[in-house]
Ligand binder design. Structure first.
Ligand code: PMP
Length: 405
């Protein structure tokens, strides 16, 4: 037992959650009916916590291509990209992603987590510096531990703090790599990329943007925040995932930097793991085509996000700072957040419970992700349910009295 003693605080917290009747791991997805509906704990449920931004998990063409790929190439590659795991499909997907982003190069990884792990831990070494946002995703933090570069954190979304920290390193030799995210996965806020680019230029640093939650969501062509902000030229590396808008699993990095391909022989999380199965590659290529050719999905996603965000805000909830597809309702108290979340699930709405230490400022909140596949009824059902339960819990004011009659 002693080897697990270090987890006693975590175990105690988890026990307390279970005793409150709200074990997050007791939520069972008995069935998935569509991109936005399932059967959860035996009840038909609207899904508001799945990152399925474009609603492509049941896309018929992608499913057919996946099945066909299994028939033609089998269920798995059983090998690494640098051994027997680079099929034509992997290379095609890399070309198509590079083309989509207008970049020269692309590497595909087995997850987005590994894309960050690989790129960040390899690009900067012990004589360089890694400069990350304090609210970075776990994969960016883990990458900083796998690599050898000293790590400097700047205050979340704060260009002045970033500049201050880079100024301190001005005369220190070595390269500096700044890492930011397009849309932040917890509160749904976006990075001030224009200001970050000014700072990057001033100090001659490199900039990487993780567009995991913004690919397919932001920008005229769906390339993400850098596209929307018009700063793509100044973003040296874009990292992303297939597990959200592209509805499968995997990750990538695109760049136009000369010599990029040497990373295939240097990035350990790329080299020492099996490559993606052909079925995943096939559905991802199909989803990327849909992302490119059906901008109406993005338009619908934006409209849905605004409808949901404004509905919750108008009801009196404290929501995140921007109307993006990730909508956070901030509750602060862990017990209240947990009970609220459980009640919503019991009533047929699934969303994510976000608790410290995974949350910014140790707050507790409910995190929803809106999909292009939601219709107005799904969204209005969710707003009405959250409003009713929120009032019952005393979290938001009761309805204004109706003086109209
Ligand atoms: N970056 C960010 C910002 C994320 O939110 C996530 C997943 N939640 C990842 C990377 C990792 O993506 P994947 O699921 O493909 O491992």
């Amino acid at each position: 037992m002693a080897i697990l003693d270090k987890f006693s605080t975590l175990a105690a917290r988890y026990d307390a959650l279970k005793q409150s009747g709200s074990d997050p791991f007791s939520v069972k997805f008995d069935d998935i009916i569509s991109s936005v509906e399932g059967v959860v704990n035996g009840k038909r449920t609207v899904l508001f916590g799945t990152n399925n931004y474009l609603g492509l998990t049941f896309d018929p063409v992608a499913m057919e291509r996946s099945i066909e790929a299994i028939r033609q190439h089998g269920t798995g590659t059983t090998g690494s990209r640098i051994a027997n795991g680079s099929y034509k499909g992997h290379e095609q997907l890399e070309r198509e992603l590079a083309d989509f982003y207008g970049r020269k190069h692309c590497m595909v990884f087995s997850t987005g987590y590994q894309a960050n792990l690989a790129m960040i831990s390899t690009l900067v070494g012990k004589d360089d510096h890694l400069i990350i946002d304090a609210d970075s995703h776990a994969s960016i933090y883990d990458a900083s531990r796998l690599g050898h570069a000293p790590v400097v954190r700047f205050r979340h979304n704060n260009p002045d703090d970033l500049a201050k920290r880079l100024a301190r390193l001005k005369d220190v030799p070595g390269e500096k790599l700044i890492v930011a995210e397009g849309i932040y996965s917890m509160l749904g806020d976006t990075a001030p990329l224009k200001e970050f680019v000014d700072v990057k230029r001033e100090f001659g640093a490199y900039l990487m943007v993780d567009e995991a939650h913004s690919m397919g969501v932001l920008g005229q062509r769906g390339r993400g925040l850098a596209e929307r902000e018009g700063v793509e030229e100044d973003v040296d590396f874009v990292v992303g995932t297939f597990s959200k808008s592209l509805a499968s699993v995997g990750g990538f990095c695109v760049s136009s930097i000369e010599g990029f391909d040497i990373l295939r022989l240097a990035a350990r999380p790329y080299m020492f793991t099996a490559s993606l199965p052909p079925s995943i590659i096939a559905s991802t290529i199909s989803a990327l085509e849909t992302l490119r050719h059906e901008p109406q999905r993005r338009t619908k996603l934006r409209a849905n996000s605004r409808r949901f965000y404004n509905g919750l805000k108008d009801a009196g909830f404290t929501v995140g700072p921007e109307a993006n597809p990730i909508v956070a309702v901030i509750l602060n108290d862990v017990a209240v957040a947990t009970a609220f979340w459980k009640r919503l699930i019991d009533e047929g709405m699934y969303l994510n419970l976000a608790l410290p230490p995974a949350t910014p400022n140790s707050s507790a909140f409910l995190r929803s992700s809106v999909s292009a596949a939601h219709n107005d009824e799904h969204i209005d059902f969710a707003i009405e349910l959250m409003t009713r339960v929120g009032r019952e819990f005393g979290l938001i004011p009761d309805a204004e009295p109706d003086y109209s009659n």
